[in-house]
Design a protein around this ligand. Structure first.
Ligand code: ADP
Length: 327
């Protein structure tokens, strides 16, 4: 069994009266792709910041690569790479100069960082652009450069806070290709936060966090198995009456969701014709899907993870970044 490279025990972090992380415990295994999934404000960044030694915990403890995040901060910092939401590249320098700067901060001798930098820049397809100023790079290129830079001191764990936020789908795919290759080649542990379901699906295990509490931790398949069967969504001419009939005829208790009725049933395909035949209330639309992580989140918290809200945050970030570039 793989060793545990991150351990978190009863971690608590307050900001004044706000309890951002509320008694969270979990472990991450060496080589794992571990995801933190939750809506905005759930406490994902705060947890990651504590693990990266950027914030002190209010209570509880955590270690990374065997080092305590409070008592052995330097050893933790040497063990980790960081890819955070807000780019920390120097845009007035070239890509290669950014790598060099990072290597110097980490005391990596040039005979080591130069060949490493070359192979990392080739991995993220930026070698040919290494001498260009970073301010000429697109958002996706900057993120790729940050990945290469974050690896120059050969960390054991790479922390990625919303690694693809604000990127177009193609750039997202690229980033994932590099991360997948990186894992295969080096066995590095990846710890990421995300509110994108597709991204969470790629993880070996996912911790679902809501209001600072860890509400579930399992593989994507394990989490989805927690939802009882297929999800049926019904639009009807009269939801009150339809609800009553679903109770009386099928013994089911539908949930209300955006003006529709939502049911979990074991065999959706055979249930759908029975609903149409059984209900006297007109059914205006009927659809079925297999459980997703969104359904898991809904089941666990009674709320949806609100992709729309998240995407408006993306738009705001993109806007803020483009303003930053203009300055
Ligand atoms: P997430 O990363 O899941 O979006 P955060 O960890 O950023 O969540 O935030 C968790 C909670 O802590 C939220 O209620 C947020 O408003 C609050 N919070 C985060 N940073 C600060 C801060 N610097 N000062 C006060 N409250 C904060």
């Amino acid at each position: 069994m793989a060793n545990e490279i991150i351990t978190v025990n009863n971690l608590v972090r307050h900001y004044g009266k706000v309890v951002a992380v509320d008694d969270v415990s979990f472990n991450v295994k060496e080589g794992e792709l571990f995801g933190f999934l939750g809506p905005n404000g759930a406490g994902k960044s705060t947890t990651i910041n504590v693990l990266c030694t950027l914030l002190r915990p209010t209570a509880g403890s955590a270690s990374v690569n065997g080092y305590d995040v409070v008592k052995q901060q330097n050893a933790v910092r040497l063990s980790i790479g960081l890819i955070f939401q807000d780019p920390s590249l120097d845009i007035e320098l070239t890509a290669y100069e950014n790598l060099e700067f990072h290597a110097r901060i980490y005391n990596v001798p040039s005979e080591l960082w130069r060949p490493r930098g070359e192979s990392l820049m080739k991995m993220v397809d930026l070698w040919d652009r290494r001498n260009d100023l970073v301010k000429t790079y697109s958002g996706g290129m900057k993120r790729r450069l940050e990945i290469a830079r974050g690896l120059i001191h050969q960390p054991k764990v790479l922390f990625l806070d919303e690694p693809t936020i604000g990127l177009d789908p193609q750039s997202r795919e690229h980033i994932w290709r590099y991360l997948t290759n990186l894992r295969e080649q080096t066995g590095i542990t990846l710890f990421l936060t995300t509110h994108y379901m597709q991204e969470a699906e790629r993880c070996d295990r996912i911790a679902i966090i809501d209001h600072g509490k860890l509400v579930a931790l399992d593989t994507p398949a394990g989490l989805k198995a927690m939802v009882g069967g297929d999800i049926i969504t019904l639009h009807t001419a009269d939801n009150e009456q339809a609800t009553q009939q679903l109770r009386d005829i099928f013994g089911l208790e539908p949930a209300r969701e955006n003006g529709a009725l939502r049911l979990e049933v074991e065999q959706g395909e055979s249930f759908m014709p029975k609903v149409i035949q059984g209900l006297t209330v007109p059914v205006t639309s009927l659809s079925m899907h297999r459980p997703t992580l969104e359904d898991v989140f809904l089941n666990l918290t009674g709320r949806s993870i609100r992709e729309e809200e998240a995407s408006s945050k993306d738009t705001m970030r993109q806007w803020a970044r483009s303003r930053g570039r203009e300055r």
